[in-house]
Design a protein. Structure first.
Length: 348
């Protein structure tokens, strides 16, 4: 039976659980009325009787601690964790994450998203919420913490309706050779820079992989006889993987013109390349262009060269048609032209 006392004009209730005459668990809370205190105490005793002391103690783990535990698990099993750890760091900057995870409500997540939204895209916030959802889903089976998934899913549903979170918008920005020439000319005028940016930019179009995959590529993993490049620990929906990638002719030509040394092909920081690229784009008033658009352009050119979806994905590293679809720029007239051409060939 809970015990009660008046403290500073309020009603405090304490629940103690004993096993063999020894206190193995205790909790207390304070309320405005005795009825509220009694209801909480009796409900807690009933919950502990049903779920056990161990489950109750797990439920007292803070949301911040749950996030840390989830990241440790990802590291232990060799899964990609850096992006999730970064998202959790942003969320943990807010005080509500220090509350016991079982006491976190949908309103807590909604309040966080609204506070965190200024200056951030709905897609960024959605990625944060999806990381939390993954931690909640893993909690019961991987960490022994029984949680109510609806706390997160209800918050996400409401934030979607309010358009605070949303999937990333389709981006159709193409990059012309003229724009690349402009950026290269600006870059060559820079004093004190050692980054061969024009070469790197052309390579990012010729071999349209993620920036860090290209910047981490090693000379020892490039085979000039088979024209293949082994990329290590590349991004994947389930876990990092190594990929043998065919190197298109334009990329082969660039590699042939570089001095072959030990170590990385492009021994420069990807962040530095991106920062200088954005400086060039801003100076040239190409404010709507990003370094990632070079990958978009390169993949689009592979499709225009006549490669199939499986062939393009072997080069680009995409694992689904949905991911590649936005790069194809397929229009009804192109489909009809292709069908018309095939029909003429069959009749001829």
């Amino acid at each position: 039976m809970p015990t009660f006392r008046i403290r500073n004009g309020r009603h405090q209730v304490q629940v103690r659980i004993k096993e063999g005459g020894v206190i193995v668990h205790q909790e207390s809370a304070t309320f405005d009325t005795h009825a509220q205190a009694k209801a909480w105490g009796l409900a807690l005793e009933k919950r502990i009787a049903k779920d056990g002391v161990a489950a109750r103690k797990q439920g007292q783990v803070s949301l911040a601690a749950l996030m840390d535990t989830h990241v440790k698990m990802l590291k232990k099993i060799g899964r990609e964790y850096a992006a999730i750890e970064h998202r959790f760091k942003n969320i943990k900057a807010y005080p509500f994450t220090e509350k016991p995870v079982e006491s976190i409500t949908s309103a807590d997540f909604i309040d966080w998203a609204v506070q965190h939204a200024p200056g951030r895209s709905p897609a960024t916030l959605l990625n944060h919420m999806m990381a939390v959802r993954a931690a909640y889903r893993a909690a019961p089976v991987a960490h022994g913490i029984p949680l109510d998934m609806s706390v997160v899913t209800n918050a996400m549903d409401h934030l979607r309706r309010m358009q605070v979170v949303a999937p990333s918008q389709r981006r159709d920005r193409r990059v012309s050779d003229q724009e690349l020439d402009q950026i290269e000319a600006w870059w060559r005028k820079l004093e004190g820079t050692v980054i061969p940016a024009p070469t790197i930019l052309r390579f990012l179009v010729a071999l349209p992989r993620r920036r860090e995959e290209v910047m981490n590529a090693m000379w020892e993993d490039y085979n000039p006889e088979t024209h293949t490049l082994l990329l290590r620990d590349t991004k994947h929906p389930t876990m990092p993987r190594d990929e043998v990638v065919p190197v298109p002719p334009a990329a082969q030509k660039i590699l042939a013109g570089l001095p072959r040394t030990k170590g990385r092909i492009f021994p420069y920081r990807g962040a530095s390349v991106s920062a200088t690229f954005q400086r060039a784009a801003k100076f040239l008033e190409l404010d709507d262009i990003t370094l990632h658009d070079l990958r978009h352009e390169g993949i689009s050119r592979l499709f225009e060269a006549g490669l199939t979806i499986p062939e393009v994905s072997l080069i680009s590293g995409h694992t689904s048609w949905e991911s590649l679809k936005r790069y194809t720029h397929i229009q009804p007239k192109h489909v009809l032209e292709k069908l018309g051409s095939a029909s003429k060939k069959s009749r001829g």
